[in-house]
Design a protein around this ligand. Structure first.
Ligand code: MN
Length: 720
């Protein structure tokens, strides 16, 4: 690896003129002056002025032929993080585009360290891509990492290893994903050097020795290929190149070989034939296979089936001169450029045409790639891999320890808490995101560091179901609520059963202590008396049924004596089905203060001993009820039972009005239970009606019929 000398701004400007001839580089020059001022007096560990770093990063970006805002961002990338400069300063001096790029890089730098767990690496990479939004941010970050790796020797041992590990796990695969081959290889070899210094040194020496020895052979193979292609009239560049060390090392590992057994793997040197057209690629393949026998199973056609990162080439291995295996890649100049530069190759150029700077805006590169993909055979895989990363349906957030949790978009701290542990979810009371207190329904964003505070007294709330996004949180909350409802049903069952028993001069406690309780429970097909009691609470069984079964020989008292209980109507009996959170057959009655009908928005209230009373949500009494005992209920269906509803109808006072009003009601197939009329001094009439309706829809039909009667001024439904 040869390390570039100290970079000057003129080197960068020269580089730019090479691919953007005549470009106005004022933006880059201004960024240079600004960065120089911001970093003035700062020194790197290497002893150089700090400015050497942004200069080197910008130079790498210029080598990648990036647009001018990206190169400016390369020069400025550490100013916000490491100097007194603010993002606002950058925006004022360099505009929105550069500011967004610098901000993106700063945010990536501020992320917690990737946790050392290998399995987190893919998530971390996805998170970086998701956070970056603009892919150029990633390219600046990669250039930054490359220069830091090139100067890693100045860092203390511990830090060297950590950064090298992170580079290998996160940044080299990112470069690979973006198809920038040279960058991936250099990052891998630099990581190799610092992670396994001894192996690196030995392998490097061994490989160099063999490459040296194979020099004549390499020249011979190149000469033969060149001559044979020339005979066929094909113009080609033929290259022999050494594989990068990390790939050789990995291959040794894969085959379980030591460095000394290097000779057992053949492909230290690869050959590459570069031609003008795709047609020529296949012609060259035919010529080479005619020349040397191909080794079965080694041919790969990445031209018709490009790799997800756009890589295209033909690969083959043949039995070359002296019976040695020779690996050959065949591709066009364009494919070669994409293989080296990946995404960056599409940045400024398309089919050789230079795009004007500034055109490389957000995602435009993607559109261009999509376009390019249309010409390819297998765009699906490629697009899916990019879409997943760049328009994620997922957010990636950190625990305070730096572990990553993947959650669906829109997820909240409660989802996060359940993702950590069910108990953390059940007891979460407060959440901090990036050290700021947020509500529990706060939407989390990629890169957030989330901390949950728990309290033993906290319980899951039904309200949480309204905002949680993960099925895990949802099912855990439901499970907990069901459990709690069962406990409520038990308490309720115990209460009503106790009352019924007392009425008949029995003690529930005595009954439950006796073997009789088990027998009675089993006679109803319950395993335990407790299940039977819960069933009473849910309303599946009446207290009286239990009593009769327990003491069949006793003469029954006349059922239902208390005033309250005759007030309430047991709707199970009338065929109406309500449910609590999906559970049917709870003991319900419809409250008399507001007369709910099926279809009304309702809420349940757990009474003491009389099951759940159901009110309309807008019933004035609801506000007075104990919050703790309110419970969500839903209509499941209406079986045609009728309910009394009070209406008041204001009309002009004229002859025949009563007949018309009652006619309108009968036309809607409803019975009138009661009708009273008052007249007012201003010659109006008010009808007070009680009608029987089956459900909300029926009621609305009646009210609409009434409103269409000539002379009717207002129709209102009353609570009671
Ligand atoms: Mn930097």
């Amino acid at each position: 690896m040869n390390y570039p000398r100290v970079i000057r701004i003129s080197d960068i400007l020269d580089q730019i003129q090479g691919y953007l001839p005549g470009a106005n580089t004022h933006l880059v020059e201004k960024a240079y002056v600004f960065a120089a001022r911001a970093h003035a007096g700062q020194i790197r560990k290497s002893g150089e002025p700090y400015l050497a770093h942004p200069l080197a990063v910008a130079y790498i970006l210029a080598q990648m032929r990036m647009d001018l805002p990206t190169i400016a961002a390369g020069l400025l990338h550490d100013t916000v993080e490491d100097s007194a400069v603010t993002l606002e300063d950058i925006r004022r001096h360099f505009g929105e585009e550069v500011a967004l790029l610098v901000d993106g890089v700063t945010k990536l730098s501020a992320l917690p360290q990737a946790s050392r767990l290998q399995r987190e690496a893919e998530n971390y990479r996805k998170m970086l891509l998701a956070m970056a939004q603009d892919l150029r941010v990633i390219l600046v970050k990669l250039a930054d990492r490359l220069h830091n790796m090139r100067t890693l020797e100045f860092q203390p041992e511990e830090k060297r290893r950590r950064i090298a590990r992170e580079t290998l796990d996160i940044y080299a695969p990112l470069a690979s994903r973006l198809g920038i081959d040279w960058l991936k290889q250099e990052l891998e070899d630099l990581s190799f050097r610092y992670l396994y210094p001894e192996d690196f040194r030995r392998l490097k020496a061994e490989v160099e020795k063999r490459v040296e020895a194979a020099q004549d052979y390499v020249e011979e193979v190149k000469r033969i290929i060149r001559e044979r292609l020339a005979e066929q009239g094909i113009e080609a560049r033929v290259l022999g190149r050494t594989k990068h060390l990390w790939s050789v090392y990995r291959k040794l590992e894969r085959y379980g070989l030591t460095i000394e057994e290097l000779d057992q793997i053949y492909d230290l040197i690869g050959f590459r034939v570069i031609v003008k057209t795709v047609k020529e690629c296949y012609e060259v393949l035919g010529i080479i296979h005619a020349l040397w026998p191909p080794i079965p199973g080694r041919f790969k056609d990445y031209i018709s089936m490009p790799k997800p990162n756009l890589y295209q080439s033909l690969h083959t291995t043949v039995m070359g001169p002296e019976g040695k295996r020779v690996e050959i890649q065949i591709r066009t100049e364009e494919m070669d450029r994409i293989a080296n530069e990946g995404i960056a190759a599409h940045w400024l150029y398309k089919e050789g045409r230079v795009l004007t700077p500034g055109q490389g805006r957000k995602f435009e590169w993607l559109e261009r790639l999509v376009e390019l993909q249309k010409e390819l055979q297998n765009p699906r895989e490629f697009l899916e891999s990019l879409r997943l990363d760049l328009f994620p349906e997922e957010v990636y957030v950190f625990t305070p320890k730096g572990d990553i949790k993947v959650l669906p978009r829109g997820a909240t701290p409660v989802d996060f808490a359940y993702a950590i542990h069910t108990e953390v979810g059940h007891h979460c009371v407060r959440a901090w995101v990036n050290d700021r207190l947020v509500p529990l329904d706060h939407e989390l964003h990629t890169g957030d560091v989330v901390r949950i505070e728990t309290s033993p007294s906290q319980k899951p709330s039904r309200d949480w179901l309204k905002f949680v996004k993960t099925s895990r949180a949802r099912s855990r909350i439901r499970q907990w609520l069901r459990q709690e409802e069962r406990e409520q049903a038990l308490a309720l069952g115990r209460e009503v059963l106790g009352r019924e028993f007392r009425k008949h001069r029995h003690q529930l406690a005595d009954f439950l202590d006796s073997p009789l309780a088990v027998k009675v429970a089993q006679s109803f097909n319950f395993k335990t008396p407790e299940e039977m009691i819960a069933a009473v609470g849910y309303g599946k069984l009446t207290p009286y049924q239990v009593l009769r079964r327990a003491f069949p020989e006793e003469k029954p008292l006349p059922p239902r004596t208390t005033e309250k209980e005759t007030d309430s109507r047991d709707y199970r009996a009338q065929g109406e089905v309500l449910s609590v959170d999906g559970m049917r057959d709870v003991l319900f009655h419809l409250s008399r203060c507001c007369h709910p009908v099926p279809g009304d928005e309702v809420i349940g209230y757990i009474t003491r001993g009389r099951g759940i009373s159901v009110h309309r949500v807008d019933c004035p009494n609801v506000a007075l009820l104990d919050e703790e005992r309110k419970i969500e209920v839903r209509w499941e269906k209406s079986n045609g039972a009728v309910h009394p509803v009070k209406l008041s109808v204001l009309t002009q006072d004229r002859k025949g009005m009563l007949a018309e009003v009652s006619g309108a009601i009968t036309a809607a197939e409803a019975n009138i239970l009661k009708a009273e009329v008052d007249t007012t001094p201003d010659r109006r009439a008010i009808f007070h009606l009680v009608v029987e309706v089956t459900d909300r829809e029926h009621l609305e039909r009646i009210m609409n019929n009434l409103r269409s009667v000539k002379g009717v001024l207002r129709v209102r439904r009353l609570f009671s």
